[in-house]
Design a binder for this molecule. Structure first.
Ligand SMILES: *Cc1c(COP(=O)(O)O)cnc(C)c1O
Length: 432
């Protein structure tokens, strides 16, 4: 029985899935630092280029190190196939472009990560792909009204960045499926340790592996996982790229040739071939080291963040705390339904007082560092009004949906008492 097919716990699979070395082979997934791969005959090579045989030929499309790590992520998510990409941005871009072309349309939750919002709202528009952003808490009818005949997919984040709002995945899946299109979920903040979106009807999952999966702030990367559940052929008119012949492979039809693997095979052999946004095998190696302790780290991030959120919620200088683990949070019921074993390490907070008070608080922090990053082992903080959005007035910030006092706080793997002590002393110092 292979490691993949046994019903093992998620921790065991974090350590072992995707790689099962034989006699005398490396215990750890080796870094295959090679751009190309050798063959004996011209016929062997020809069959690879016709996708008649599987095999490696060039690391712009596929590399064995990446494939072991991708197989691990597919296993953790409960999917049939996965691929690694150079970044989280590339993962979402490739997942969408595998289904969309000029003239097509995407419906997305509006509360998503700013980088993804720009990619959808600005750059894809220049390629002729339109997007409609919807309020994720709107009713089924309101969200359905955004879907057009040209809509090819629905998109959202399990836990939104930075607002840590929990998406009602079942509601979104129902809407997408009733219109014959798949639901793509960015599962970056939850990771498969806390949530496996396929269990709630999502069809494809994407990740910025740069965050918790790497978890140490060392390697930018992304991943795409396919559940294998969406029936492309049942909606063949919407997905000609998957269901009609690909002239660049002598008329091969992905759904006919590859069945449940059609989505990932097309994204690899067509889009990676053409766009080249692959992860380096060295980064995939680092990613695997992160994955091997993901189950332990997410548990610790979540426990510490809940303790910090409770401390801040009870502090007189704190106006509000947004964390799905707090019973008072707007999305707590959905958090309990969709997340298992914790609520992640990210929260948003707002202090009482003006921008200057927030600035003095941040400058007084000693352990928690100022970073644009989130979701790794180091606790860090970002204040959009002082950092990423500093050119905007309070009114302009509010118009962009960002409270001037909002700070994103990411709890790392330090002892929770030390993080709390740092917050306590910085709040005190900000009064001086
Ligand atoms: C960071 C992030 C991305 C982008 O990932 P990169 O690896 O930085 O390209 C996409 N989605 C979410 C939810 C993120 O947090």
């Amino acid at each position: 029985m292979s490691v993949e097919t046994r019903k093992q716990g998620i921790g065991t699979r974090c350590v072992h899935a995707g790689y099962n070395p034989g006699k005398g082979e490396p215990r750890q997934i080796p870094v295959i630092q090679s751009t190309t791969f050798k063959y004996q005959t011209s016929e062997q090579m020809g069959k690879l280029f016709d996708l008649e045989e599987s095999g490696y030929f060039y690391s712009r499309l596929q590399n064995p190190t990446n494939d072991h790590v991708a197989a691990k992520i597919a296993n953790l998510e409960g999917g049939v196939a996965a691929m690694l990409t150079s970044s989280g941005q590339a993962a979402n871009l490739i997942a969408w472009l595998n289904l969309c072309q000029a003239g097509d349309h995407i419906v997305s939750a509006g509360n998503i990560y700013g980088g993804t919002f720009n990619l959808l709202g600005t750059s894809l528009g220049k390629l002729g792909i339109e997007v409609t952003f919807v309020n994720p808490d709107a009713s089924e009818e309101e969200i359905s009204a955004a879907i057009r005949p040209q809509t090819k997919l629905v998109f959202g984040e399990t836990l939104s960045n930075p607002g840590v709002e929990v998406l009602d995945i079942e509601k979104f899946a129902k809407i997408a499926h009733s219109h014959g299109v798949p639901l793509i979920i960015d599962n970056t903040f939850a990771t498969p340790i806390l949530c496996r979106p396929f269990e709630f009807g999502a069809d494809i999952v994407t990740h910025s592996t740069t965050k918790y999966m790497d978890g140490h702030g060392v390697a930018v990367g992304g991943a795409i996982v396919d559940s294998g559940n969406f029936d492309w052929e049942a909606h063949a008119d919407k997905f000609p790229g998957l269901c009609t012949p690909d002239a660049s492979y002598h008329g091969l039809v992905y759904t006919k040739a590859f069945g449940k693997n059609a989505f990932i095979v097309k994204a690899t052999s067509q889009l990676m071939r053409d766009f080249g946004a692959i992860q380096s095998p060295q980064n995939a190696f680092y990613l695997n080291l992160g994955l091997q302790s993901l189950h332990l780290r997410i548990k610790r991030h979540s426990e510490s963040a809940l303790a910090v959120a409770r401390f801040l919620a009870g502090h007189p200088d704190v106006a509000w705390v947004k964390y799905p683990g707090l019973e008072t949070d707007k999305h707590h019921a959905d958090a309990v339904k969709y997340l298992q074993g914790g609520f992640s390490g990210v929260m948003c907070i707002g202090l009482k007082g003006d921008r200057e008070f927030s600035k003095k608080f941040i400058d007084s922090l000693q352990l928690i560092t100022i970073e644009t990053h989130v979701a790794d082992c180091h606790s860090c903080i970002l204040h959009p009004a002082s950092h990423t959005h500093r050119q905007l007035t309070d009114e302009q910030l509010r118009a962009a949906g960002i409270a001037p006092e909002l700070m994103r706080l990411s709890i790392g793997l330090e002892d929770a008492e030390d993080v709390i002590e740092d917050l306590r002393q910085a709040l005190e110092a900000a009064h001086k």
